[in-house]
Design a protein around this ligand. Structure first.
Ligand code: SF4
Ligand code: SF4
Length: 424
């Protein structure tokens, strides 16, 4: 089986498919801390792509409440259990060696366990290219069960107390997890397809299913650890998120030839989402692009982390973890970068604060930003350390380096005149 370098795992791994790395990779950052589960993203996607017969149960974008919610139901718990069994059978340890952390090359250290590909190979008689399962109709039927259901679980083995969540005044917790296809660098869906119907586009890394070649064998449904390919019974082929590729290509009538963010990104009223295109090297690693907002958030600030990196597909979706949920729960979900990411997010430096203003500031994809320094406007003590805020200005530039947005960190406030309190 060919070896590829997975930078999220900090090591080479076996991947049952040899493919060239794309020049640019579609990627996104979601800030979980800001999501209100309004489902505007979910319905923007549904109304654009999956409103036809046979697509009733398809939610390419979904927002689920953790720890109990999931679409399909319990998808991640099931995958983690399958992976656990593989580790037990192989006598392997699933931990991370964080002493191997090394700048941008191995930001989380080295994963010592098995990926879904390696777990499948470790079986006595390997039959599949990736560990997985095909969800039942029942598991796909109710996309939003357990919405807003809180828990007191601390995720510490044997500990059922309610004492160790992040906010002592609220001893139970939940958070929203926004999910779309990750257009993975090493997609399990693509590797598992016996018809080679799935391909990754060289220009932007978007993963698509050729509807003419697909025969509906559903190997991809079983293999995708994130369960983001979905079978359509009316056409008997499988479909998935297409990353709104006409918008990325600038073909949306609104785009005027410039790359636009996907529909789910562009509608988010809470501004939790930013999407972009990152530059890749031929070996699959990210080329340095210091002032690309996605590169900064993932590789420099390291505040945005991959979802279940241990699965091994190198997903291109990154999450700023919620600051209030128990750390053990978050570490198994986002890897060992959680503690540093939350610490940095709670007391952001002036660059991180400025880049956060760019989330949902424009529908056009921001390729580069620049910060113009402004005066200090606030200071406080956060977690026992002095913290200062500056009214810097951040400027976002598009594909052809044209200015798209210009925003100040200190947001404009309007005060209503006393005689007209209900208007501005
Ligand atoms: S639109 Fe934004 S705030 Fe609303 S559910 Fe989606 S990600 Fe969350
Ligand atoms: S998330 Fe699943 S469907 Fe999407 S590219 Fe990765 S493996 Fe394929």
């Amino acid at each position: 089986m060919p070896e590829v370098y997975n930078w999220q795992l900090g090591r080479n791994m076996s991947y049952p498919y040899q493919a060239a790395s794309p020049e640019l990779q579609w990627a996104f950052v979601f800030n979980i801390n800001r999501c209100i589960a309004c489902q505007t993203c979910t319905f923007a996607c549904k109304a654009t792509w999956t409103f036809s017969k046979g697509q009733e149960y398809m939610w390419w974008n979904n927002v689920e409440t953790k720890p109990y919610g999931g679409y399909p139901r319990f998808w991640d718990i099931k995958l983690l259990e399958i992976l656990d069994k593989a580790h037990t059978s192989a006598g392997k340890d699933a931990s991370w060696d964080t002493s191997q952390r090394n700048g941008t090359e191995r930001p989380y250290g080295t994963y010592q366990g098995l990926t879904v590909f390696e777990g499948a190979q470790a079986e006595a008689t390997p039959t599949e290219v990736a560990l997985g399962y095909e969800p039942t109709d029942d598991e796909w039927a109710a996309p939003n069960l357990y919405e807003d259901t809180a828990t007191g679980l601390t995720s510490k083995e044997g500990d059922t107390s309610l004492e160790s969540t992040g906010l002592p005044e609220h001893k139970s917790w939940f958070f929203y997890l926004q999910r779309v296809c990750n257009h993975c660098s090493y997609p399990a869906c693509l590797a598992s397809c016996p018809r080679q119907a799935i391909y990754k586009r060289p220009q932007d890394g978007i993963v698509l299913i050729d509807q003419e070649r697909c025969r509906g064998y559903r190997k991809c449904v079983s293999a995708c650890p994130y369960k983001k390919t979905m079978y359509r019974p009316t056409t008997r082929v499988t479909e998935k998120c297409v990353a709104c590729y006409p918008r990325i290509e600038g073909k949306d009538p609104l785009a005027l030839g410039q790359p636009l963010e996907t529909r789910c990104m562009a509608v988010c009223p809470s501004k939790i989402r930013i999407q972009g295109l990152v530059k890749k090297n031929p070996d699959g690693s990210w080329a340095e692009d210091r002032y690309n907002p996605i590169y900064f958030l993932v590789k420099v600030a390291k505040v945005a982390l991959p979802l279940y990196p241990q699965f091994g597909t190198e997903p291109n979706g990154y999450y700023i973890p919620p600051r209030w949920a128990p750390k053990p729960y978050l570490r198994q979900m986002f890897g060992p970068g959680v503690d540093a990411a939350i610490e940095r997010y709670i007391a952001p430096d002036r660059e991180l604060l400025a880049v956060q203003q760019l989330f949902r500031a424009t529908q056009q994809i921001i390729f580069r930003y620049e910060i113009i320094e402004g005066p200090k406007v606030f200071e406080a003590v956060v977690n026992g350390k002095n913290w200062e805020m500056f009214n810097d200005t951040v400027v976002g530039y598009g594909k052809d380096d044209q200015e798209l947005v210009r925003l100040q960190v200190n947001e404009v406030q309007y005060t209503r005149p006393a005689e007209r309190p209900n208007s501005i």
